[in-house]
Design a protein. Structure first.
Length: 326
């Protein structure tokens, strides 16, 4: 019998009643108070940006099968479509910043594509940290007005404050973390067409023809931006989506392979095993075992979590500001 994985919770951006803006800052304390522990056990796939900002304590958080440490002055950025799993929320304090689909301006999206798209985990230096906390305080204060009938000025101000927060995050890395260099236009265009077509084509030459570049030009641009060749970049994207689908859905391996452009299940299995070091079903079982361990650590083994959507949609009213003394 085929081994079917445990689907992740699909979480959509749906702000609380009365919130009219596409940006909201929620204290981690409010998340804990509003939801049962089991709401944070199962993997989740979001359709919005989630930025976790830790002001004290320590925990872990998994994003696309990579586990990141959360400590004071660390920031974790989960992007739409990524598979994420919470650690122990009781071990840290801070903020969850929810960013809906219309909150990012065109200029800000362009900046993020050039500098910060692939940086999930970061630690801020001591100079940028208080600036970030001040910006979050301002965002929360302005956001409280959007819980009442709010004018377009409030919405515009929220988006500008969000831009300030993102720029602070990009420019305030800890001293040992260099600022990212801007990606070339060639790589940005290549990445865009790969994102749109990775399930239809795995050949560098096809992408070169789409863009009007040579395969060698694409490989040089990829190596400069990521340290990976163009072919490796394409395969990495397919492998990531395969892992997400194996962990996120109950679909059979053959169905997942066909979704990713493999007509034959055995070809997909060979592709996956060569790059992941495990066969697809072995990977799925491994992820299931990790989920069971997380349930056990949460104290309620075998309990299916209810939708986690409400946990992210809580009011900040009567929640104290979490800025620590510096």
């Amino acid at each position: 019998m085929a081994d079917r994985g445990r689907p992740a919770c699909e979480i959509c951006f749906n702000p609380p009643r009365g919130i009219t803006a596409d940006v909201d800052a929620v204290a981690l304390k409010a998340l804990r108070n509003d939801a049962a522990d089991t709401e944070f056990v199962a993997p989740q796939r979001l359709d919005f940006h989630l930025i976790i900002i830790v002001t004290s304590g320590s925990a872990q958080h998994t994003v696309d099968f990579m586990t990141y440490p959360l400590t004071e002055r660390t920031v974790l950025w989960i992007r739409p479509g990524q598979l994420q799993q919470w650690g122990n929320l009781h071990e840290c304090e801070g903020w969850a910043l929810l960013i809906g689909p219309t909150a990012l301006t065109t200029n800000l999206k362009t900046y993020l594509d050039q500098y910060s798209r692939d940086r999930t985990h970061r630690r801020l230096n001591e100079h940028g940290w208080p600036v970030l906390l001040d910006a979050i305080d301002s965002l929360v204060t302005i956001g409280e007005h959007s819980r009442r009938p709010a004018s377009p000025v409030h919405h515009c101000t929220l988006r500008h404050m969000l831009a300030v927060i993102i720029l602070v995050l990009s420019c305030s890395m800890a001293d040992h973390e260099p600022l990212a260099a801007p990606s070339s236009d060639v790589f940005l265009r290549f990445r865009q067409v790969v994102e749109a077509n990775y399930a239809r084509s795995r050949t560098v030459g096809n992408y070169a023809a789409m863009l009007g570049y040579s395969s060698r030009t694409l490989t040089r641009a990829c190596l400069a931006a990521t340290g990976r060749t163009a072919k490796q970049f394409i395969d990495d994207r397919i492998l990531l989506e395969a892992k997400r689908l194996l962990a996120d859905t109950a679909e059979p391996v053959g169905t997942i392979g066909r979704r990713l452009g493999f007509e034959d299940t055995s070809n997909f299995s060979r592709f996956f095993t060569k790059r992941a070091g495990r066969q697809p079903l072995e990977f799925r079982r491994f992820r299931q075992a990790e989920a069971r361990e997380s349930e056990w650590l949460a104290g309620k083994p075998g309990t299916a979590p209810r939708s986690a959507a409400n946990a992210l949609h809580v009011s900040n009213e009567k929640v104290p500001r979490l800025r620590p003394s510096l």
